[in-house]
Design a protein around this ligand. Structure first.
Ligand SMILES: Cc1cc2nc3c(=O)[nH]c(=O)nc-3n(C[C@H](O)[C@H](O)[C@H](O)COP(=O)(O)OP(=O)(O)OC[C@H]3O[C@@H](n4cnc5c(N)ncnc54)[C@H](O)[C@@H]3O)c2cc1C
Length: 274
């Protein structure tokens, strides 16, 4: 299929983006890398009157460390972040997750913020942002809002952005000394969206784990120091709570089993990496 007719805006600066969003609201739509956007517009799942292409806005292409966070601008590609020299030291969980995000070709156009805006429940970057307790910075002509990852992603392919707002950047907390990280997923082929993905951050005896691919958004849970038996019980209860469905990729039963198995493995690895 072909998209419905639209006007194309190739802005020179953020002000033009915000002016356009203020004028057109839901009738305007931002395109970043275009990887998910092009599929949606071609299938006419979205029919914006104006497409705002932010991929060439250099003022949005940044990775900077600020106030204990790594801030990543809306035009920064996943490949740019993967190649950032400080990623292993400052964002080790994201470094692990990025290996599972699509392929070299998709990462070289797909943006970090675009993936988080798209809010696909199996996506690795929204899962990492939620597990690390990261934030999303939104801008409109009225000013700036900052939402926690858990406030931003509100359902399958749904986020809390207002129609006149753009995501300006996302920010991940910088890894601290004494933290350990791990990330595992099962997908049909490497580079596919995860059937189930698990991210973990360990600190002392506590571990936060985030699970993607089951509920309609990443779900994060804190586990304290538990014996192996208690941990298995806790993971089993968590797996049932997530209420996975059966679809063409996997049964609900298989998804629950992955939460138990990958949960145990990822927690063990995160604790070993402290
Ligand atoms: C073959 C293939 C394999 C893939 N595999 C994976 C995978 O394994 N894991 C994974 O997570 N993803 C995967 N993807 C998706 C890919 O990672 C995309 O990067 C991602 O879905 C969207 O990023 P994008 O920059 O292309 O955003 P776009 O497609 O341009 O936009 C996506 C959505 O976000 C909105 N948006 C984008 N930027 C902003 C902004 N700054 N402010 C407000 N709204 C915005 C758009 O309007 C649109 O609704 C795959 C894609 C392909 C084609």
């Amino acid at each position: 299929m072909k998209p419905a007719k639209f006007d194309y805006l190739n802005p020179d600066n953020i002000d033009q983006v915000l002016d356009c969003l203020a004028e057109y609201n839901d009738d305007a739509r931002i395109m970043a890398g275009g990887l998910s956007f092009m599929a949606m517009i071609n299938f006419r799942l979205i029919q914006p009157k104006v497409v705002i292409d932010i991929s060439r806005l250099t003022e949005l292409a940044f990775i900077r460390v600020k106030g204990g966070f790594v801030e990543i601008g809306a035009a920064t590609t996943q490949a740019d972040l993967k190649a950032w020299p400080d990623i292993d030291q400052k964002l080790p969980l994201v470094a692990l997750a990025l290996r599972h995000v699509g392929h070299f070709q998709t990462r070289s156009r797909g943006t970090v913020c675009g993936s988080i805006c798209h809010a696909e429940p199996s996506s690795e970057l929204p899962l990492s942002l939620a597990t690390l307790g990261g934030e999303v910075i939104l801008r409109s002509k009225k000013g700036e809002r900052v939402l926690k990852a858990s406030e931003f992603q509100i359902g399958m392919l749904a986020n809390a952005r207002h129609p006149d707002e753009m995501v300006y950047a996302v920010r991940f907390p910088v890894a601290k000394k004494g933290q350990g990280f791990a990330f595992n997923e099962i997908a049909e082929r490497h580079g596919d969206f995860a059937i189930v993905a698990v991210a973990a951050v360990a600190e002392g005896n506590d571990v936060h784990i985030g699970v993607g691919g089951i509920a309609d958004r990443p779900t994060v849970r804190k586990f304290g120091a538990l014996t192996n038996e208690k941990l298995s019980e806790a993971l089993n209860a968590f797996a049932w709570e997530l209420r996975g469905d059966t679809d063409i990729h996997a049964t609900a039963q298989y998804r629950r089993q992955l939460v138990r198995h990958l949960g145990q493995k990822t927690i063990t690895e995160a604790l070993a990496n402290v």
